[in-house]
Design a protein around this ligand. Structure first.
Ligand SMILES: C[S@@+](CC[C@H](N)C(=O)[O-])C[C@H]1O[C@@H](n2cnc3c(N)ncnc32)[C@H](O)[C@@H]1O
Length: 229
């Protein structure tokens, strides 16, 4: 399976814990904001791309107030299996949650089928960003919602001074040491090399979304993207 799944495989045991530690627990709140945006969509099929261990799927489950189906798509079998162990992908009475192995660039779902698509901290892992966004556009129903959250390198002086060294040096050092891998260097680089907020909303419009916008979160260290087909 293509994609950057191998980067995440060595850190599965650590992934959920380190995410929460490094973000001081705010990642949960960011996912919930992303889920609430998607939950406004009409219909019953919700798709989470780069679903990993299922944390975003879990947030969606909490945000949806009507009977729905949630499908998580991720190339990493190991991440999915970890999510199943944690009971994030499971079938409950109101909402049914499934996991499918796949990549954003070739989503194994029919065109115009999804009411909303979410993606949390996943876009910067797409091998082809534009290709992945085109696929998301393809599977969405007309008026469907795409809502995504990403870590962004802050551009405001205040957050840059405090968050910059922490993010650039401390997090990769500590993360690599604890997970005994180079994965956290990759994570840092993928954030640094990701298109700017304006560039990304531009690409969303280019692939066809009629409305695309973003909202900075927590002083600009994360960003919530929101687009309508
Ligand atoms: C940082 S994790 C995010 C997991 C989850 N969304 C969360 O909120 O915790 C990134 C995920 O992207 C997945 N991934 C890597 N390449 C991908 C691709 N081309 N398409 C979709 N997902 C991909 C990885 O397997 C990994 O599970």
């Amino acid at each position: 399976m293509a994609g950057k799944a191998p980067v995440f495989d060595p850190i599965i045991r650590w992934y959920d814990t380190l995410n929460s530690v490094f973000s001081f627990g705010i990642d949960r709140h960011w996912r919930m904001l992303c889920a609430r945006k998607a939950a406004a969509a009409n219909g019953h099929l919700f798709v989470d791309i780069a679903s990993g261990t299922g944390k975003m799927v879990h947030a969606l489950k909490q945000a949806l107030h009507h009977r729905s189906i949630i499908v998580g798509v991720d190339p990493s079998r190991a991440m999915i299996e970890w999510g199943i162990k944690k009971m994030r992908y499971e079938t409950c009475t109101e909402t049914r949650v499934f996991a499918v192995q796949g990549i954003a660039e070739k989503i194994p779902l029919a065109s115009h089928s999804a009411s909303a698509v979410t993606c949390a901290f996943g876009m910067r892992n797409f091998t082809h960003l534009r290709g992945g966004l085109q696929e998301i556009y393809r599977i969405l129903r007309p008026c469907g919602i795409f809502s995504a959250v990403e870590i962004t390198y802050p551009h405001r002086i205040f957050t840059k001074v405090f968050f910059g060294p922490y993010f650039k040096y401390f997090m990769p050092l500590a993360g690599n040491f604890l997970s005994q891998s180079r994965s956290y260097t990759y994570l840092r680089n993928s954030v640094m090399n990701f298109p700017s907020r304006e560039a990304l909303t531009g690409i969303l419009k280019e692939v066809g979304f009629r409305k695309a916008d973003y909202q900075e979160l927590t002083g600009g260290i994360a960003c919530l993207y929101f687009a309508i087909k």
